[in-house]
Design a protein around this ligand. Sequence first.
Ligand code: ADP
Length: 320
Amino acid sequence: KREAEAKAKADEARAARDKDPDPKKREHTRPPTVIVDREKGASYRRIGFLGEGGFARVYEIVDDEHDHKAVKVVNKSNIKTKRNKTKLWAEIKLHQMLKHPNIVRFDECFEDGENVYMVLELCDHGSLMDLLRRRKRYTEAEARFYLVQLIGACQYMQDTNVIHRDLKLGNLFLDRNMNVKVGDFGLAALIENPGDRKKTICGTPNYIAPEVLFDTANGHSFEVDVWSVGVILYTLLIGKPPFQTKEVKAIYRRIRENRYEFPEDKEISASAQNLIMSILNTDPQERPTLEEILQHQWFLDGPFPSHVPVSSNDSSPDFS
Ligand code: ADP
């Protein structure tokens, strides 16, 4: 176990380095005001900054048809190593393949001398993490709505043999109608042959499944995304992830020991607790399938909104 832990640490440090190269070396010159796809003869006007991640900066753009979109821009100087290049092409290949109403649409991809550009569907309302920061917690009704959409996307990914491996509130975006769009396929993997297992340790500490960290011999598969769905549900309802502590090492210890609690001052329904506990099973084979999650009583135990109002960005919606 100690060995596994040491390996986990080393791998994680490497993953972190790869994702966020030396910040001083990271180059982020601004892309041009008008971004041109020479091959297609299309041009996009850059009108605003949306956010940045490890490799990329994301901007709002307007295309020739006046449609607003997002563009993820990766400066070529940040993908000089073969490893980083391979990772970016893998992200593009996987994301390009996926077409589902709850997955950020990938429109096109092109490059110029400076950058690689990925044109994506615009998600006007940011991520579920941004909303959590403002609201602190979600209502159970909202959580039902978002979870069904997330699970729809997960079912589609499984059918397409893709494991996302980094499902978390920060990678669940909201479009103008407050529908969930799964994004950021930077850590996703394709299962090329049925039964194949993945061995790379990756993910975000709070959301990482125990078998990724502690069963490196056996590897992991689609069940890691189911685990993250459990962490996401807990985080929506309680306001912070179940295994959260200051130190990454301590988070991993808690994950291994399956140590989390439901704080008494943040009351949630018994059926929600029951669903979370069933998903956060250390043994991936014992976790419910996505279908089984959708069959859970919790989905019938209270209001199930057909949509979530934009006003929920600032205050709890009332579905009673
Ligand atoms: P990275 O893979 O480098 O972490 P992300 O894909 O997570 O980058 O994007 C970084 C940030 O850009 C996100 O946190 C979000 O704020 C913003 N962003 C990404 N994609 C979109 C989108 N399609 N619409 C609106 N904002 C987006």
